[in-house]
Write a protein that binds this ligand. Structure first.
Ligand code: HSE
Length: 317
């Protein structure tokens, strides 16, 4: 499919670089300042090399991107809260032009789910957002396949950065500040790491799940959120002596969204290490379904975007 990618951070770059191998063609790529548009296919490596050397991606504008013959808009700009702008307007413009939209940006589906549904319902284009939750784990497709009405609750570890910090603090007795700096160097943290460590990123993902399960009605303000900033090495060491550890757990159950550091048994599935994510789906008739895998980073998140593109191709091409 012909792709226009908005955002050239780790996710946008990974999608651009892996598109050809997945049978897609990037015909537009934009960062927050410039864009490159080429209907025969953008030379992705050259454009990204320019960006690395502080040279503009190309000499086109965002308006040029929206005027090109793209089939799918990939929205991979940084997540913003409340109005979820400018991502919301990007999506609106694409859907109103009857194009498909695939999101990595969590803001629009967490903060303005119903507004988006109205626009999507009037469009011939489809809106998909697998990459917004759980990186490479196909959680949205799984919920879609099982059917929201067959799901009672969802619980999991949905933030790779916090999990990396807690795992490493516990294993090496390193301070919170030291490990946070390491996590930032790894490049899995949000632009603003307070989203990760403050529990906001996990909460946004839980809100998106809640919206999908209930057909909308939730935004970040509905979530009870506590982050990991105040977890001490003492608390982790003490937990360890009882064969427990601390994980940042997000839960969607009975219309409530809770995110908080939680004691979990070191033997339990929830004690995944490093940047791994895990999601447990409590189904109505089939017990608990557990999905685990790489929850953050360019490659895994791009894989979720390619999964959405595959579904669009199956349903529309
Ligand atoms: N920063 C997030 C995480 C990845 O650490 O899980 C993007 O959702």
């Amino acid at each position: 499919m012909k792709l226009a990618i908005l955002g050239a951070g780790s996710v946008g770059r990974a999608v651009a670089q892996l598109s050809e191998a997945h049978g897609h063609s990037v015909i537009a790529l934009a960062d927050s300042r410039n864009a490159i548009v080429d209907s025969r296919g953008v030379n992705v490596n050259e454009a990204l090399e320019h960006k690395m050397n502080q040279i503009p991606l190309g000499d086109s504008s965002l308006e040029d991107v929206f005027e090109c013959e793209y089939e799918v808009l990939i929205e991979a700009t940084p997540t913003t809260l409340e109005s979820a702008e400018p991502a919301f307007s990007h999506i609106k413009q694409a859907l109103e032009a009857d194009r498909h939209v695939v999101l990595a940006n969590k803001g629009p589906v967490a903060e303005r789910f119903e507004d988006l549904q109205v626009i999507a319902d009037e469009s011939k284009g489809d809106l998909r957002f697998e990459a917004t939750v759980g990186g490479g784990i196909p959680i949205m497709s799984t919920i879609e396949d099982i059917g929201p009405r067959n799901i009672e609750s969802v619980k999991g570890i949905l933030n790779g950065t916090s999990n990396f910090i807690l795992t490493r603090m516990a294993a090496k007795n390193l301070s919170y500040g030291h490990v946070l700096a390491e996590a930032q160097e790894l490049g899995v943290a949000e632009a603003d790491p307070t989203f990760d460590v403050g529990g906001i990123d996990t909460a946004l993902k839980c809100v998106i799940i809640a919206n999908v399960l209930s057909g909308g009605g939730f935004s970040l303000s509905d979530a009870k959120i506590e982050g990991i900033q105040h977890i001490s090495n003492h608390a982790l060491n003490l937990s360890d002596s009882y064969d427990l550890t601390i994980r940042l757990v997000g839960e969607v159950a009975q219309g409530e969204i809770n995110v908080a550091p939680t004691l979990v048994s070191k033997m339990s599935d929830l004690s995944v290490g490093g940047t791994q994510n895990i999601i447990q789906i409590q189904t109505a008739h089939a017990g608990v379904l557990t999905l685990a895998g790489a929850g953050a980073g360019g490659g895994p998140t791009a894989s979720a975007i390619f999964l959405d593109l595959q579904r669009l191709k199956r349903d529309y091409v």
